[in-house]
Each structure stands twice: as structure tokens, then as C-alpha cells.
Design a binder for this molecule. Structure first.
Ligand code: BG6
Length: 490
């Protein structure tokens, strides 16, 4: 199967934080891939902007290295890399003082093409950059601004950031990225639900027992000490990625894939989440922090040692029993968990259906397990539908569970594009379906804030777990107390 590439109109892509980690690992390689796929129209330009002093050639050397390190060699043959580097230029700017913005204006010139301002910088600079863009007359009707999480650290700070950006750009021009929404399998969740007649009639509390969402990582702190220790897993992963996944599982069918149609439905889910109050928090939430152990086959340090400065109660693991108070989901718990330095890297959504109402088989048939639909987001993307069958051969009617297994990797031989590729092209097209609207971000914080508050008030400690395990034992208890168990990923 070949994919269909629809070229986008020519655009200027201005990346603030152009020499940073995100630009190196994701943005430049993703842009390169889209050029390579033939999606660019000419003239398309990429302008790096950051505080460092750098010449165009030095920025090109930076991009060349980024491509060499993050794009497979077979995709860099021929003239493609040189063509890509020829689009690049660099301007040194200081967001705080405004120094350099006139140079940026000169570099862009009177070009009226689509203009994407990508803010791969700390949120503290969002307001300054937006203000400088406005002051220097750089915001054209054809401009869009892209901002990365974290959008705030609570509702109040999120509102302040949204106000700062909103003072310069219309909501239709603001693209709040959650890269999970660009993942192929996350989009597949919508295809599975709304392009098949099979599941939707069963997708409710009459047929579904509970839902599990796991985003497990094996990495630890990496180089993000300052950010991560202030954020923790609840802000870093649950407020955005996990709640977005929950929304896609739980939302009503939108009228269309049009941006506001989808986002209206997600917003309703966020607003229906049952608030976790102070008294419930210790029972329905678990905080964990990894201790020394083994990960990916080697010994690894504990969080505190990695941090290198003594003490911290920041959680690197969180599990929550969430409930959605609406007709479709009343009584169906959503068990959420995410953590660093866990036993394996796996992100998946498990929909567990209710048991059959009555068994016609005798005890020799064995246990009849409830059907499970397992949507594997990464790695080994695919969908498994677990069903009961008769064990083949003689021996009477013995039943066993097997998976109808659909691996996307095996079915589609093409390279799985990085989430950023899809999302950047959507920004250029002006399609906001896979981006978070202001009210969504704020509704997510409205649910997160009371949990943060409850943890603080009750001084709920992050419980230690050994690196390379599935988190603190309290997380097992959280689900087993309800007579259920975490799905074991294979
Ligand atoms: C980021 C978080 O948003 O997502 C990181 O800040 C996390 O802490 C990352 O590691 C996970 O993304 P992915 O695509 O590797 O699952």
C-alpha cells in the first residue's frame, strides 16, 4: 500500500529554540522527512532563531548533524539533504529584550506565505516572544503559533499563558501540541471506533467493565532535572497525554473530523470527570518514585541519586482510578498509570468487556475470560482482540483464550512517521483537529489541580519502587481492591 502525499502550500517555518534539543531530535528531522516525501511546495524556508550567536552555515551544520543522527541513512541518499539545508537560515534573537527581531523581520521579508512560529522554548518566554512578534509587525493573517507543553503548572498559570498568547494570536492561529495526538495508533483509535460498526454499540457501561490506560517508560530523568523535578508525572504525562487518550476512548462520536467537532466532544469528557477530592485521593491515587534497580539490562540509579541534590518528593509514577460521571460511563472505572523506569516501554489502552451473563459449559471447559480489546500504541503498534475459542482437538469442550492479532507493523511495511511530521503538516494546513483548544487545556487542569492540592494537604508521599518493576505495590492494590488486575503486556 502506498500512502498518498498531498503537498502543502509554501511556508516559512520559524523555530524559536532552533538550536535546542526538540529542534535537533524532532523538528528538523521531521521537516526533512516531509520534504523527502515530496510534501513541500516551493519556496519553503526554515529559519532557526535562538539566543546563541550563529551563522547560517553553523546552523546548517547543526541541522546536518541532526539529520545524520535522527534519520535513517537510507533516507538521506541523493541530493535531499543539500536541498533541505539550502532552505535554512538563522537569526539570533533575544526574547526578553527584543534584540534581533528586526533582523528576523528582514529575513522573512515581505513574503506573505504561511508563517509558522514554533516555540520550542520554556513557557516563561511564550508571552515575550508573542509580544515581540506583534511589536515588530511579524504577525500576518496567515501566521500560526505552535506551543509545546507544559502549558502551565496549574489552572491559574495555564490561564495566564493562554492570555499572553491570546493577546496576539486568535484561537484559530494557536496550535497547542500534544505529540501523542500525532501518533499513528492514537489516530487509529478514532478509526477503530468510528470507521467500524462493530465496537460502537458495545462501547458503554452496559458492556464494558473497565478501561486501563498505561504509558510506561524505561527511561529515567534523562537531562531534564530542572523541569522534571518541578513537574512530576502527574503534570508531565497525565494532564496532557493520558487525559487526551482518555478523551478519545470516552468521547461521543463527533459529527465530523472538523476540529471543533472533535474538540467539543473531548471537552465534554474532561468536564464530566469526577473530581478526586481530598478524602478520596489516598484511595484513588498512587504516587511513586523510583529507587535504584535494573533497567534495560543494566543497573540504574534511583531518582534522588540521579537528581544529585539530596531530597525530593516528586513522583515519577502515578496511578489513578478515574471516573466519568455521564450516562455512557457511569460505573466504569478508568485506571490510569504512567511512570519512568518501569519494567518495559509500553503504551496501551485495554478495554475489558463484561463477563458473559451465563455459561452453558461444564467445569471441564475451564475459565471463561472476559473479552479484552488491547490497543497497543507503542512499540509494536497494533490491536489485539482477545476472544474465547474451543481448544482444538479431542478432549471435549475445553475453552481457551486467543488473540485476533493485528500488528500494524507487519500489515503496513512503510516507515511509521513520527508524530511531529503529521502535526507540523497539520499546522501548515491550518487543521486544528489534533491540537488542544484553550478550554480543553484548562478543563484538564481543573481536574488535575484538586489532586495536586490533595497530595499537598495530606503530604501524600511518593512511595519507593525498584527501577525495572511495575511501580509501587499500592498501584497493584489500587486495581486489585476492585477485583481487577492490570493487564500484563507481552
Ligand atoms: C513527554 C514527556 O511529553 O513525553 C516525557 O515530557 C516523556 O517525560 C515523553 O518521556 C514520552 O513520549 P513518547 O513519545 O516517547 O512516548
Amino acid at each position: 500500500m502506498t500512502s498518498q502525499i498531498i503537498p502543502v502550500e509554501p511556508f516559512d517555518f520559524i523555530v524559536f529554540g532552533g538550536t535546542g534539543d526538540l529542534a535537533e531530535r524532532k523538528l528538523l528531522p521531521s521537516l526533512y522527512h516531509r520534504q523527502h516525501a515530496g510534501q513541500f511546495s516551493e519556496p519553503t524556508r526554515i529559519i532557526g532563531a535562538s539566543r546563541s550567536k550563529m551563522s547560517d552555515d553553523e546552523f546548517r551544520a547543526f541541522a546536518r548533524k541532526a539529520i545524520a543522527e535522527h534519520v535513517k541513512p537510507e533516507d538521506t541518499v541523493g541530493e535531499q539533504v543539500e536541498r533541505f539545508l539550502a532552505r535554512l537560515s538563522y537569526v539570533s534573537v533575544d526574547a526578553k529584550t527584543g534584540e534581533g527581531f528586526s533582523r528576523l523581520k528582514k529575513a522573512i521579508g515581505s513574503n506573505e506565505a504561511i508563517r509558522v512560529f514554533y516555540l520550542a522554548v520554556a513557557p516563561a518566554l511564550f508571552g515575550d516572544i508573542a509580544g515581540n512578534l506583534q511589536e515588530h509587525g511579524l504577525v500576518s493573517p496567515n501566521s500560526r503559533i505552535v506551543v509545546e507543553k507544559p502549558i502551565g503548572r496549574d489552572l491559574e498559570s495555564a490561564r495566564a499563558l493562554n492570555d499572553q498568547i491570546g493577546a496576539v494570536f486568535d484561537e484559530q492561529q494557536i496550535f497547542r501540541i500534544d505529540h501523542y495526538l500525532g501518533k499513528e495508533t492514537v489516530q487509529n483509535l478514532m478509526a477503530l471506533r468510528f470507521a467500524n460498526a462493530l465496537y460502537e454499540p458495545l462501547w458503554n457501561s452496559a458492556h464494558i467493565d473497565h478501561v486501563q490506560i498505561t504509558v510506561a517508560e524505561t527511561v529515567g530523568l534523562e537531562d531534564r532535572v530542572t523541569y522534571y523535578d518541578k513537574a512530576g508525572a502527574l503534570r508531565d504525562m497525565v494532564q496532557n497525554h493520558i487525559l487526551q487518550l482518555l478523551c478519545l476512548v470516552a468521547m461521543e462520536a463527533p459529527g465530523s473530523m472538523e476540529a471543533d467537532s472533535v474538540r467539543d466532544e473531548k471537552l465534554k469528557v474532561l468536564r464530566s470527570l469526577k473530581r478526586v477530592n481530598g478524602a478520596e485521593a489516598p484511595r484513588s491515587t498512587v504516587r511513586g518514585q523510583y529507587r535504584a534497580g535494573a533497567s534495560s539490562g543494566g543497573a540504574v540509579k534511583g531518582y534522588i541519586e540521579e537528581l544529585g541534590n539530596g531530597q525530593s518528593n516528586t513522583e515519577t509514577f502515578v496511578a489513578i482510578k478515574a471516573e466519568i460521571a455521564n450516562w455512557r460511563w457511569a460505573g466504569v472505572p478508568f485506571y490510569l498509570r504512567t511512570g519512568k523506569r518501569l519494567a518495559s516501554r509500553v503504551s496501551e489502552i485495554v478495554i475489558e468487556f463484561k463477563p458473559i451473563p451465563h455459561s452453558i459449559f461444564d467445569e471441564n471447559a475451564g475459565n471463561i475470560s472476559a473479552n479484552q480489546l488491547v490497543i497497543r500504541l507503542q512499540p509494536d503498534e497494533g490491536v489485539k482482540q482477545w476472544i474465547m475459542i474451543k481448544d482444538p482437538g479431542p478432549g471435549g469442550m475445553r475453552l481457551r483464550q486467543i488473540a485476533l492479532d493485528m500488528s500494524f507493523a507487519e500489515s503496513f511495511q512503510e516507515r511509521n512517521p513520527d508524530a511531529y511530521e503529521r502535526l507540523i503538516m497539520d499546522v501548515v494546513r491550518g487543521n486544528q483537529t489534533l491540537f488542544m483548544r484553550r478550554d480543553e487545556v484548562e478543563a484538564a487542569w481543573k481536574w488535575i489541580d484538586p489532586i495536586l492540592g490533595a497530595w499537598e494537604d495530606s503530604r501524600q508521599e511518593a512511595q519507593g519502587y525498584t527501577a525495572g518493576t511495575w511501580g509501587p505495590s499500592a498501584s497493584i492494590a489500587l486495581i486489585e481492591r476492585d477485583g481487577r488486575t492490570w493487564h500484563e503486556s507481552d
